[in-house]
Write a protein that binds this ligand. Structure first.
Ligand code: CTP
Length: 395
């Protein structure tokens, strides 16, 4: 949780500022809001004050009757400043060190972490001036969140580069920026999602894995400073930013993608629900149905994690075990057989957890015999706990 100053500059995306403020508060952050005179042409001070749960820092309030200066106070108070939307003008001023308004003066007065969420016309964003200012800000240690490609606000603009990232993503990026970098430099390979084993071009065997658990591990590791490669089976989740994402379909493709990157990796978390079998043959053409019983011949897929365990060479290996029964003994046996350091046991048939849900309940079994029973929690929290152990094992 952090003290976050949201600085709203003049652009149509200022309308999204109240949502951003609410999201930040819902995540437990303390917020204050600053708005430039232009921003207040797009959004009323009252909307911002209500969303922030406190008064808006405006140009008129800059110098108080008692002699205090708001830019100094805000710069000291904030642990992070998020300029959203950020205009080309605000970026230019900060890059040059100008300080003739409340926003630029606050940034110059020593604001600790500064992040920019640019929102502007594409030509303005791509102009050599704005690009140079963006580079300068990065060199000063500021973060740039976006902009994204998409529909732009001004009339007749169509689509282009310059759209502000959505408030949800801004919060995610800000939290990533503020997270302790205790896994800095860790080269982590993560697998996630189901695999598809095709019978013909339109039919496959698969399972209901949503990929959420593996994506949560990959994202949490990224936020903690790890270099991450995510090998993912087909899921409905968007590619996470800040990592290489390799999309695969079958277990054989997943195996190849993982083995290719194994020499690079220091640690592997296998959260994918790899199909244990595939059809003995995959037909090139779609087969018309026949009104008769059919037998499907299946052959076993390679056990990817077991292969990794056989050529471990000092790497940290984490597996998952999905059980329906009690499962502790079976998970312990998998940990030994696959030569793992850690296995996360979870259950397929318990309500509100496992496949497809946002939460999970796991028991973590370590190679050294420790057994950690975690309560039901968000998959992201489970991911953090697993990574705490990876960190410990890394030494
Ligand atoms: N796994 C794998 N390759 C496979 C099957 C599973 O790498 N072909 C990995 C999974 O990603 C998971 C772990 O192995 O991390 C455990 O998978 P699970 O299917 O529970 O174990 P199995 O050994 O296949 O045992 P069983 O299906 O008999 O429970």
């Amino acid at each position: 949780m952090a003290r976050v100053l949201v600085a709203v500059a003049g652009g149509a995306a200022a309308l999204k500022a109240p949502h951003l403020l609410r999201l930040l508060r819902a995540r437990g952050h303390e917020v204050r809001v600053l708005a430039t005179p232009r921003a207040l042409e797009f959004i009323t001070p009252l909307s911002l004050a209500v969303a922030a749960g406190g008064e808006v820092a405006t140009e008129e309030a800059w110098f108080r009757p008692d002699g205090r200066a708001l830019h100094i106070e805000l710069a000291r108070w904030a642990e992070a400043v998020l300029v959203a939307p950020a205009t080309a003008d605000a970026m230019a001023k900060a890059a040059l060190g100008l300080a003739d308004d409340l926003l630029s003066a606050t940034l110059l007065a020593g604001a600790k972490r500064v992040a920019w969420a640019p929102a502007m016309n594409e030509a303005m964003w791509l102009s050599p001036q704005t690009q140079a200012h963006a580079e300068r800000l990065k060199a000063l240690g500021h973060a740039l969140f976006g902009p994204a490609y998409g529909p732009l606000a001004a009339a007749g603009e169509g689509e282009g580069w310059g759209r502000m990232l959505e408030p949800e993503e801004l919060v995610e990026r800000l939290e990533a920026l503020l997270a302790p970098k205790d896994l800095k430099g860790l080269r982590l390979l993560v697998s996630a999602g189901p695999t598809r084993e095709y019978l013909d071009p339109v039919r496959f065997l698969s399972n209901p894995s949503s990929g959420r658990m593996g994506y949560a591990v990959a994202e949490a590791a990224r936020d903690r400073g790890a270099e991450v490669v995510l090998v993912s089976g087909p899921t409905a989740l968007p590619d996470p930013w800040g990592m290489e994402v390799v999309q695969v379909e079958s277990a054989l493709e997943m195996r190849q993608a993982i083995l290719d990157r194994y020499p690079w990796a220091e640690a592997v978390v296998m959260a994918a629900a790899v199909a244990d079998y595939r059809p003995a043959e995959t037909l090139k053409e779609k087969e018309p149905k026949v009104e008769a019983e059919r037998l499907l011949r299946l052959v076993p897929n390679p056990d990817i994690l077991k292969e990794l365990g056989e050529r471990k060479e000092g790497r940290i290996l984490v597996g998952f075990a999905m059980e329906t029964g009690e499962g502790l003994e079976r998970a312990r046996e998998k940990l030994r057989r696959k030569n793992l350091d850690l296995i996360a046991l979870n259950w397929v048939n318990r309500e509100g957890v496992g496949f497809g849900s946002l939460e999970n309940q796991v028991v973590l079994l370590l190679r050294d015999g420790r057994v950690l029973e975690l309560p039901r929690m968000r998959k992201r929290e489970v991911a953090e706990r697993i990574l705490d152990l990876v960190k410990e094992l890394r030494g």
